[in-house]
Design a protein around this ligand. Structure first.
Ligand SMILES: Cc1cc2nc3c(=O)[nH]c(=O)nc-3n(C[C@H](O)[C@H](O)[C@H](O)COP(=O)(O)OP(=O)(O)OC[C@H]3O[C@@H](n4cnc5c(N)ncnc54)[C@H](O)[C@@H]3O)c2cc1C
Length: 402
């Protein structure tokens, strides 16, 4: 067992940290503290992205032939933590969800034509995309049960249905839509992924959904969409017909590792802010907040939970690398709910430590607290992952649990 981070990776993380401090945090201050909209910031974001490209730090997870850094999975996990320290980190370095996941599946399953039209400009950061699976009228935690259909007509698919919480649909160039193409097939073989350019007639952007008081815009938003006789060529099918769930599983496994490491980055940032405040806020002359035992306990609990979370995620990433997604599915589910819970607890302690200041947008804490509550819901709610883990364990004890 070797806990040493290779010196090359350390050097890379140091370079990224330097860019985060010099270029990303100042932009974050404008975005969060001054409450500017995402779209108003885009020209500034573009400049920063260009300079990150020039520094050779663009798209850490993307293969080199597509203009990325082509990092190994475990190295990218560590980079993801570093970028997670700011809500803008992944976006500015070209590693943001849902584009990162869409890139992966387009790279693996896309036809040459799909790669030219969608994958290459996406990898260069010239366009954005979204992933449209969850529906308002169907439980997202049972993704095999979808209402949206794609019916063949001539050389086209005609798509009908409603979707919501399609992150970053506003301003996206295309959506990857999950729709039922084979209703008579077994549940896991019913749906397919289909690429739909957002300019297609019948692709209706209904609204940006206000989430925790903020409807956001452009990349930083979640949309409700309607597909109304939305017609695309059958050549827009991604992978095999009926293969949607298989591709979704491949997309979600590594995606959960990236999310978890991003959340650990958020934890570290919140921890830093909490400790700085504990060390400097005087509650009586000469007595900083950090002299109180309760605050010390929050600091110690947070340190232990973050360390545990990181080790669990890196172990899951290592297992995916060595044994594959299928063998690692228990570890993936464990980290998904454990890290999301740790994130929520660490953010809550940090807000509490800052008192009223923690409720303001003078620090990134309040924004992170609002936005990251969703971590326990998206990519599978806590309860679903816990059930996956417990069912697998109990199987070893001879119990079938449904
Ligand atoms: C911020 C955010 C971004 C998102 N981005 C996207 C996106 O880009 N694309 C996309 O397609 N979707 C996206 N989603 C949707 C997300 O994947 C779903 O919200 C998630 O799968 C849960 O589905 P649901 O909301 O329909 O909850 P439901 O399935 O209705 O479940 C509600 C609650 O019931 C409980 N529950 C559910 N199943 C079980 C069970 N088996 N046992 C015990 N309890 C259970 C859980 O507590 C769960 O939270 C996003 C959601 C959020 C909040």
């Amino acid at each position: 067992m070797d806990f040493q981070i290779p010196s090359e990776t350390k050097e890379l993380l140091g370079r990224i940290r330097e860019v985060m401090e010099r270029q990303v945090y100042p932009l974050e201050l404008e975005f969060v503290k001054q409450g500017k909209s995402f779209s108003a910031m885009i020209p500034r974001f573009k400049q920063t992205r260009e300079s990150i490209k020039a520094a050779g730090l663009w798209a850490p997870q993307v293969p080199k032939e597509l203009g990325g850094m082509g990092l190994e999975f475990c190295d990218h996990a560590l980079v993801s933590e570093e970028l997670g320290r700011s809500p803008l980190g992944h976006y500015l370095f070209g590693a943001q969800a849902p584009d990162a996941g869409n890139l992966e599946i387009l790279h693996k399953y896309g036809t040459e034509e799909q790669k030219d039209r969608y994958l290459k400009p996406l990898a260069r950061g010239e366009i954005r995309s979204c992933f449209s699976m969850t529906e308002p009228d169907r439980a997202g935690s049972n993704p095999t049960w979808l209402d949206t259909t794609a019916v063949k007509d001539g050389g086209d698919y005609v798509i009908n249905g409603r979707k919501w919480f399609t992150t970053a649909a506003h301003g996206a160039e295309f959506a990857i839509v999950m729709a039922v193409t084979n209703p008579e097939a077994p549940p896991y073989a019913r749906a397919s992924m289909i690429i739909v350019p957002t300019e297609t007639k019948g692709f209706v952007h209904v609204r940006r959904i206000p989430v925790m008081g903020d409807e956001g815009d452009d990349y930083a938003s979640h949309s409700e969409l309607a597909y109304e006789n939305c017609r695309v060529p059958q050549a827009n099918l991604l992978g095999q017909e009926g293969g949607g769930f298989m591709i979704a599983q491949e997309r979600l496994g590594p995606g959960r590792i990236h999310h978890c490491m991003r959340w650990i980055g958020i934890c570290e940032r919140a921890f830093d802010i909490m400790c700085q405040r504990a060390a400097t806020r005087l509650i009586a002359p000469g007595k900083p907040l950090g002299t109180r035992q309760t605050v010390q306990e929050w600091i110690a609990d947070s340190r232990a939970e973050i360390n545990a979370a990181r080790l669990m995620v890196l172990h899951a990433a290592w297992k995916i690398d060595k044994e594959g997604l299928y063998e690692a599915r228990e570890e993936i589910s464990c980290v998904k709910f454990f890290v999301a819970g740790a994130l929520q607890r660490v953010l809550d302690r940090a807000v509490q430590t800052l008192g009223a200041l923690g409720m303001t947008d003078d620090t990134p804490l309040a924004m992170l607290f609002r936005h990251e509550r969703a971590a326990r819901i998206y990519d599978g709610p806590d309860e679903v992952h816990k059930s996956v883990v417990a069912r697998r364990i109990l199987k070893g004890y001879g119990i079938q649990t449904g």
